[in-house]
Design a protein around this ligand. Structure first.
Ligand code: TDX
Length: 361
């Protein structure tokens, strides 16, 4: 199949593009290359993939660019991942989140609809628009609540999660109103190779590696359900291939951990793979810092429906997944050193006066 992937130079997107190409599919990757979109994350694709891979640098908010991309490349399905995704950043500056996540999704839906309506009957019936979203739209769970599932009501708290909730509603409305075959997925926290060093897992690994204090918000008691990014990529392809239009699939790692426990686990792996001098422990670097405003206590996903309908289940053992992730950051210094170097495109995120503000430098 030929997939149009938006945000394919981002963390989940780049892992998904690689998975699609390895499975023999063709990919048109549409990415604006903001700070979190990084062509370096796709550098290893290699010549043998090049026939089936096209990169289009464009903003999903640009209606004409989207129209032209559909007309030129004629995809058979869309996997929509382009989004601003960092909660802390959305608290400091929500405007970009509304623009990309809400307006961008609207423009992409409109362009997709125009293209889809012009397709031949059989291709139109096979077509899918997979809208990739987050479990944060459901709000926060108490410690004893059942995990989120496809029927959990929306209750977003941060500007980020509110913008994703809005985009989920738009995607469903384009199905209900215009018949566009939309599938929505809501995933739990991803981890793995190529994650931008602003999210918890790469922050911990890179701070530990550089002997800097590791910031844990509040008391570290918040709980997240960790999903290896390759498992997520598998789920998205399965949703496009086997998912029913109009359905939602919750995708989770079945791997809940308190933040502080995860940070200790990562520090232990670092002690093993990259010991500090004089036998000091990486966990000595842990520092409890001011909590995030409106910090959701717990996210957890019940992925039974994805298992039953798509035949998907997470395959990665969490211990090996976290170890592989640490190993990847140790083995790919050039990738993250470039980001932390100060030469990275920081002006795009408004960090030029304060390059240490949000990345793990
Ligand atoms: O330095 C940190 N210290 C810390 O204690 C950072 C960056 C985070 N945290 C905490 C906050 C959260 O409880 O760790 C947890 C994970 O934080 P993030 O990595 O920022 O992720 P989260 O806020 O849970 O949101 C993530 O999951 C859902 C992604 O960022 C979203 O894009 C996704 O939709």
């Amino acid at each position: 199949m030929k997939f149009l992937v938006t945000g394919g130079a981002g963390f989940i997107g780049s892992n998904l593009v690689r998975h699609l190409l390895e499975a023999g599919h063709a990919v048109v990757n549409v990415d604006k290359l903001t700070y979190a979109g990084n062509e370096e994350s796709l550098r290893d694709l290699g010549a043998h993939h090049s026939a089936g891979y096209h990169f289009v640098r464009a903003d999903i908010c640009d209606a004409e660019a989207m129209r032209q991309t559909f007309a030129l490349h004629k995809p058979e399905a869309v996997l929509h991942l382009a989004a601003e995704s960092h909660v802390d950043r959305s608290i400091e500056g929500p405007g970009e989140f509304i623009q990309t996540n809400v307006t961008g999704t609207f423009q992409l839906l409109q362009a997709t609809l125009g293209y889809w309506r012009g397709m031949e009957d059989s291709a139109r019936q096979q077509f899918r628009f997979v809208h990739v979203s987050t479990d944060e739209v459901f709000g926060s769970l108490g410690l004893t609540d059942a995990a989120f599932n496809e029927r959990t009501p929306y209750n977003p708290h941060s500007p980020y999660s509110a913008s994703k909730a809005a985009s989920d509603h738009l995607a469903r409305a384009w199905m209900d109103t215009y018949g566009l075959p939309v599938i929505v997925t809501n995933c739990s926290n991803n981890y793995g190779p190529y994650q931008f060093p602003e999210k918890l897992v790469p922050v911990v690994i890179l701070k530990a590696l550089r002997g800097e204090s590791i910031p844990v918000y509040g008391k570290g008691e918040n709980i997240r359900d960790w999903l290896y990014v390759h498992d997520h990529a598998r789920a998205l392809l399965m949703a496009a291939e086997r998912g029913r239009p109009g359905e939602t699939y919750c995708i989770g790692g079945n791997n809940e951990r308190q933040n502080i426990d995860l940070v200790h686990l990562l520090c232990g792996i670092m002690d093993d793979l990259s010991p500090r001098p004089e036998g000091r422990l990486h966990s000595d670097l842990i520092t409890f810092v001011k909590d995030r405003p409106g910090h959701d206590l717990r996210y957890a996903i019940n992925a039974t429906s994805a298992q039953r309908e798509l035949g998907w289940t997470p395959l990665e053992d969490p211990r090996s997944g976290f170890r592989k992730t640490v190993r990847w950051y140790l083995d790919n210094r050039a990738w993250w050193e470039h980001i932390l170097s100060g030469n990275y495109r920081l002006e795009r995120i408004g960090l030029d006066n304060n390059p240490n503000a949000r990345v793990a430098s």
